[in-house]
Write a protein of this length. Structure first.
Length: 285
């Protein structure tokens, strides 16, 4: 051993601090870059107006509405399904071939590229179920995309709940489901919300799945229903930056769109963090 234990500990903590500082530096650098370039384009008109002149002028209101639709619907589908699946796997399922198969499927889904989900959504929701290129097709596809993240985060949250909580509740004659609903879930909610936060960021930023299931290149109107085509901020940004009619002319709109997307994700995440902190305080009481 080259150093004594105290020296090794100092070296380890120094490396950890440098790693954390490096991560924070890159996050701040990216945010500062987008903020510096996009702040000039940000205005009330930019947020509330329809795009004009093949997206070289006007605002991004339809893309904002479409993105919010995707986040709300996909989370409304994936969150309850993911939490219920995690409850089954952690609280009810016994070790065996069936449980192993489900776990393997979740792991495979977590590592599947998003474009594959897009192709599946195109075949299943757009074609087979006949939803067509629409908000519903894209939202269900994104729900499948984030499902493994929610399941894993919920499982980890359930595992962290001490077994004594369950045993004490069951010893009082409470049923297993009542124990899970009244004792286990409230204690696990902070961890589950963390999975939801990660999922929101992925839903808001994915391009490939929505490109194949309903996102429109230029659609200067709001969707009439969940069966309508839509614009979305990530695809809007992708088009402006790679295939727009005048990429240099739309540069401010590109950065403005990126900034609005970051602000939406930040706003939803702050809401989720507030909910998580609320339940953490309740647990401590």
């Amino acid at each position: 051993m080259l150093f004594n234990p105290k020296t090794n500990e100092k070296i380890a903590f120094t490396i950890l601090r440098l790693s954390a500082a490096l991560v924070v530096f890159f996050v701040i650098a990216i945010l500062a870059y987008v903020l510096y370039n996009g702040l000039g384009a940000l205005s009330i008109d930019f947020i509330t107006e329809m795009p004009r002149s093949r997206m070289t002028e006007g605002g991004i209101y339809p893309a904002i509405v479409g993105t919010v639709y995707l986040i709300v619907i996909s989370m409304a589908v994936a969150l309850p399904v993911g939490i219920l699946a995690a409850i089954y796997l952690n609280e009810y399922a016994k070790p065996g071939r069936t449980t192993w198969t489900i776990e393997l499927a979740i792991n495979n889904l977590a590592g599947t590229p998003s474009v594959v989900f897009g192709l599946f959504g195109l075949a299943m929701f757009v074609k087979y179920f006949g939803f067509g290129p629409a908000i519903l097709s894209a939202s269900l596809t994104l729900a499948l995309l984030i499902l493994p993240v929610i399941i894993r985060a919920s499982q980890e949250a359930l595992i962290t709940v001490p077994k004594e909580y369950r045993e004490a509740s069951l010893a009082l004659g409470v049923t297993k489901w009542q124990t899970i609903r009244k004792v286990v879930l409230p204690a696990a909610i902070p961890g589950m919300v963390t999975g939801a936060i990660l999922s929101v960021g992925r839903v808001a930023g994915e391009t490939a799945p929505i490109l194949l299931t309903g996102a429109a290149y230029f659609l200067p109107r709001l969707p009439d229903s969940v069966f309508s085509q839509f614009m979305a901020l990530p695809y809007h940004l992708f088009v402006l930056a790679t295939a727009g009619t005048n990429i240099s002319q739309t540069r401010p709109i590109q950065y403005g769109t990126a900034l609005v997307l970051l602000l939406i994700v930040l706003g939803v995440n702050l809401l989720a963090v507030t909910i998580r902190n609320h339940y953490k305080k309740k647990i401590k009481r």
